[in-house]
Design a binder for this molecule. Structure first.
Ligand code: GLU
Ligand code: MG
Length: 438
């Protein structure tokens, strides 16, 4: 007699390193658990992406938590190969009495979004634009080519259908510059849903690839000498009546006063908040000049070497200039999207509070400018390593003050343990290790 497999539903929790962990139940059990959640272990928060538990951590073997599903996040991808349908909810971590846990990044991001709206009157619309690579021994197709897409067979079409089923609203499938590198930009979403969508997109991409016997990696850097996989964060602001508050045709860079001050705040705090958006030891090589990531801590227009830019929009007939928005290019998939989005918003909010002047627009390749010419546009360059970034964060009272104490302490401890656990690896081995994790 054969039994058909139970179809399991994941209660998933995106941890400090953007790794998705969780527990799995049948649909019936899930329905019973929507209010009460499932048990969770506080020390899980101290897990590094390497799978080790960071010491010291304030939890040890003690305590209890729940992971509580958010019904609005339900994902269902019907046919994902041998593993069966992919079904899950994203969860908040809460105390056993149901109150929010102050160490949960998803809970924290909601508090940041509320503060942002209270202080600026604006709601945040955002999208993480993830690049990824299919691991392959085959020689790569020429970049951006039809050949590069068609030879992946069913993958592009199955992925697009799966992302649609998951509610992620995919817009485009495109071959990118790197070997076997692709990108699937999805529509922006409001606040918390934007960070949720980042989690969903990565998991669905990995799942569809797995279903075809492939592996997709979002590692920030697959080849120490190659370009990276970014997760550029696109941001705009909506007023109470859905007015678009990012655009002003007369403003510098076509940015409103709000967006200009926001941009200045982001650049000012970028160095000290770097561990929150570039969270792994391989993240920092991505920022090397000519990687089209973020070699200058400046605001650009069409510039793909600046940390922040205002991407061009179509201004011909049928175009929508008011869709002008900001693109933050520092983020990668080793960051928790909740922490990365929250940090960028708080940095921008500091700029808004202080009424900072909009940054000048850098329209040159930063590599073509000497240091003094660059200083007119750019803040301090991003740190050269995760270790230097953590030092900068620990030395910056403003950025430290953004996170609840338990979350900050655990984050730093996890990242320091991750550095210690990878210290023995050379650049190639490090890239290899991270391609297995992300
Ligand atoms: N791969 C580049 C990065 O690591 C981005 C290239 C582009 O799409 O502009 O951010
Ligand atoms: Mg790209």
């Amino acid at each position: 007699m054969t039994t058909s497999p139970a179809e399991l539903v994941g209660f998933l929790y995106c941890d400090l390193g953007g790794v998705v962990r969780g527990r799995f139940v049948t649909e019936d059990e899930a329905a019973r658990r929507m209010q009460t959640g499932l048990g969770w272990v506080p020390a899980n928060q101290a897990l590094t992406p390497l799978g080790t538990i960071a010491e010291p951590n304030r939890f040890g073997p003690l305590g209890d938590l729940r992971i509580l599903p958010d019904a609005a996040t339900r994902v269902e991808v019907p046919d994902a190969g041998e593993a069966g349908p992919l079904r899950f909810y994203l969860c908040d971590a809460v105390e056993p009495d149901g109150t929010p846990w102050d160490c949960c990044p998803r809970v924290w991001l909601q508090t940041v979004l509320d503060r942002f709206e209270r202080e600026t009157g604006a709601r945040v619309v955002a999208a993480f634009e993830h690049e990824f690579q299919l691991i392959s021994a085959a020689p790569p197709a020429t970049p951006f080519s039809l050949e590069g897409v068609r030879r992946e067979g069913a993958f592009p079409g199955l992925l697009t259908a799966a992302l649609q089923a998951a509610g992620a609203e995919p817009e485009t499938f495109l071959p990118e510059y790197g070997p076997h590198q692709f990108e699937v930009p999805c529509r922006p979403a409001l606040g918390l849903a934007a960070a949720d969508r980042s989690v969903v997109v990565k998991e669905v991409v990995r799942d569809v690839a797995r279903g075809l016997g492939r592996r997709a990696t979002f590692t920030p850097l697959l080849d120490p000498d190659g370009g990276g996989n970014g997760a550029h964060l696109h941001l705009s602001f909506l007023g109470p009546a859905d007015e678009r508050l990012t655009y002003d045709p007369a403003g510098p860079g076509r940015l409103s006063e709000l967006a200009g001050s926001f941009a200045a705040g982001v650049l000012r705090h970028a160095t000290a908040m770097a561990p929150l958006f570039a969270a792994s030891p391989v993240s920092y090589a991505r920022f090397a000049p000519h990687h089209w990531a973020a070699s200058a801590t400046a605001l650009g227009g069409g510039n793909r070497e600046t940390l922040l830019r205002v991407p061009g929009v179509f201004t011909g007939a049928g175009g929508d200039p008011a869709s002008t928005h900001l693109e933050f290019r520092g983020t990668d998939a080793s960051a928790s999207p909740y922490l990365a989005l929250g940090a960028v918003l708080l940095a921008g909010l500091e700029g808004v509070r202080e009424g900072l002047a909009p940054p000048p627009i850098l329209e040159h390749d930063p590599g073509s400018l000497d240091a003094s010419a660059l200083r007119a546009y750019a803040q301090r360059p991003l740190p050269k390593s995760l270790s230097a970034a953590l030092d900068a964060m620990e030395g910056d009272p403003v950025v430290r003050g953004w996170l609840p104490e338990a979350l900050l302490e655990t984050y730093i401890s996890v990242k320091r343990a991750e550095l210690e656990g990878t210290r023995h690896l050379d650049a190639a081995a490090l890239c290899d290790r991270y391609s297995q994790i992300y």
